[in-house]
Design a protein around this ligand. Structure first.
Ligand code: SAM
Length: 327
């Protein structure tokens, strides 16, 4: 992404408070809370979807704003996150659904909701998921090589690392991790598993570290990109996101707003292209909105957050196709 493509958000303090129901728990801190509220503009009586509930920080703000007659429906495909979020949202007009967000058209149909006023998707994972060594998302916490968001189904990272061909591993690490040493890493993985299966995250992180030349200019932990790639592949994140983005016009009613926050360029590109190339959306953020300095200082994870928002176009006022774009 070009630097001039980035629209910087003003430095706005995070939701305050360090305990109880407020936004700043000791773990996950919701990113860009003021910007989310400002684009969605939730009001009493509205129906809003939080497609990625997490620990419920954004849902809490939204549910308060649509009270008392509106409702927020929060989805997460990780049952553990729903269990964490629910106590914070008690007493508010909120309902949790354990599902992947690309199931939303079916979910709304079953609830007889023809379209919602607003939708938020804050992609990726929560600090709680990353910090739980038992889930296998983090190279810095020893744990089983799992990485499934929904632990009730699908292949784990261990299945991929221990069984994929060297070519497929290199391809996956390159494509989803944008890792330039992907071939070397895949070669080291395949060599090592010939002696002994990979069982845990620390084991894999050590082999990746050995495969990468000592002077990687990026300065990030050598296993960062490989772990990101495996997580994306295990959860089929890009394919699920693409399906979900394509279904957004069925979910958000004309006049309603969709806000999507992504954390890496592969996701952000998909969001940008969906809003730009579809006749259904009027773009509200010409450039992605990013956290200001104050938010980044309080919440380092917000550094890579990119927010894009668009309004669902009213079919009675179609967009005009001009200069290769819908305007
Ligand atoms: C970054 S966290 C969201 C944090 C939340 N906005 C908050 O304020 O607490 C992302 C959450 O979305 C969930 N998630 C990611 N992809 C999903 C998908 N395809 N369907 C449903 N939930 C998903 C993850 O399990 C995680 O809990």
């Amino acid at each position: 992404m070009d630097a001039d493509e980035i629209q910087s958000a003003p430095s706005i303090p995070l939701v305050q408070g360090s305990e109880g129901k407020e936004g700043s728990l000791s773990g996950h801190v919701s990113v860009l809370p003021h910007e989310v509220i400002s684009y969605l503009n939730p009001r009493d009586g509205q129906t809003i979807i939080d497609a990625t509930l997490g620990v419920g920080g954004h849902s809490l703000l939204l549910a308060r704003a649509v009270s008392p007659t509106g409702q927020v429906i929060g989805l997460d495909h990780d049952q553990n996150m729903i269990a964490r979020a629910l106590p914070r949202l008690s007493g508010l007009p909120f309902e949790a659904v354990h599902a992947r967000f690309d199931m939303l058209p079916e979910i709304l149909k079953s609830k007889k909701i023809p379209g919602v006023d607003g939708l938020l998707a804050d992609l990726g994972i929560c600090s709680e998921q990353l910090d739980d060594g038992g889930r296998g998302f983090s190279f810095s916490r020893p744990g089983p090589l799992d990485m499934r968001m929904d632990q009730s189904r699908g292949q784990s990272a261990s299945d991929m690392v221990n069984h994929y061909s060297e070519y497929d591993l290199a391809d996956l690490i390159f494509r989803y991790g944008e890792e330039r040493f992907s071939r070397k890493i895949a070669k080291y993985i395949v060599h090592r598993r010939g002696e002994r299966r990979f069982e845990d995250t620390a084991d894999l992180a050590a082999v990746v570290r050995r495969a990468i030349p000592k002077k990687d200019p990026s300065g990030i932990h050598p296993a960062t990109r490989t772990f990101q790639a495996l997580r994306i592949a295990v959860n089929e994140e890009l394919a699920v996101l693409e399906g979900f983005l394509g279904k957004l016009p069925e979910i958000v009613k004309p006049g309603g707003v969709a806000v999507i926050i992504s954390f890496h360029s592969l996701e952000d590109r998909q969001v940008k292209n969906t809003f730009r190339q579809s006749e259904y959306w009027e773009i509200l953020t010409r450039k992605p909105v990013m956290a200001g300095e104050l938010e980044i200082a309080n919440n380092p994870r917000s550094r890579s957050a990119r927010l894009r928002a668009a309004r669902r176009v009213d079919p009675n006022q179609p967009k005009i196709y001009k200069g290769g774009k819908y305007r």
